[in-house]
Write a protein that binds this ligand. Structure first.
Ligand SMILES: [Zn+2]
Length: 225
């Protein structure tokens, strides 16, 4: 049976970096994929230059088309300042989209990321997805975003994946999604380089016997009768 999948990310580009190949695989398997972003990803200091926000939105829409996602939903919370937004407001913005789409599967950030928006998004998702009776969301997975997941202080929860998705046939689609965000990418050697993204896909794949994979931590997986 086809599923409804919702990616809940802090910034446009996190979806392509964290689970672009898995998104493409879901779509190929007949699932409908949507994404919700908390901020437009434009630095607070640049917000007066609305063209920056426009460019980021255009990139997001290009990534949406490259990945085959049905629709992107955008919140307009301040970038890199989600800790200054009332948690309840973030939760309610997520609940609104969940109520509309009724997804069974959610992908979101790892709660040990360096980026405060990522951690805050994870926290809000956990509250918005409380496993109450008959709640639609049955599976929650946390993805890794290079330059945020591996850059935090060692005392934070490390990313220790226990769910791997073979994206070997979908790596090209993932990289096309990344290409849409070329302004956010950096030249190698850098954590946020195309070369590193290809390397991590190979690493995650080879770790478990695939050519290329995306890795996740299972946050919750419910199987009812
Ligand atoms: Zn991000």
């Amino acid at each position: 049976m086809s599923k409804i999948v919702l990616v809940i990310a802090a910034h446009p580009d996190d979806e392509a970096i964290g689970c672009g190949g898995t998104i493409a695989r879901h779509i190929n398997e007949g699932d409908a994929v949507y994404a919700l972003f908390m901020t437009n990803g434009v630095d607070a200091r640049q917000r007066t230059f609305s063209r920056d926000a426009e460019i980021r939105n255009e990139a997001a829409e290009a990534a949406k088309d490259a990945l085959g996602v049905k629709e992107y939903f955008y919140n307009d919370f301040p970038d890199n300042q989600l800790d200054n937004v009332a948690l309840l407001d973030i939760i309610q913005s997520i609940e609104k989209v969940i109520s509309k789409l009724q997804p069974q599967v959610v992908y979101t950030h790892h709660n040990g990321d360096l980026n405060i928006d990522h951690r805050r998004t994870h926290e809000a998702v956990m509250t918005a997805c409380r496993p109450q009776p008959d709640f639609c969301v049955r599976e929650i997975y946390a993805f890794e975003v290079l330059s945020a997941t591996e850059w935090n202080t060692p005392s934070f929860q490390p990313f220790t994946p226990n769910h791997f998705v073979d994206i070997t046939p979908y790596i090209e689609i993932k990289m096309n999604g990344i290409e849409a965000y070329s302004l956010e990418m950096r030249n190698t050697p850098h954590s946020r380089s195309k070369e590193h993204l290809e390397a991590i896909a190979k690493h995650r794949g080879n770790s478990v016997g695939f050519c290329a994979a995306e890795a996740f931590m299972v946050v919750r997986c419910l199987r009812g009768c």
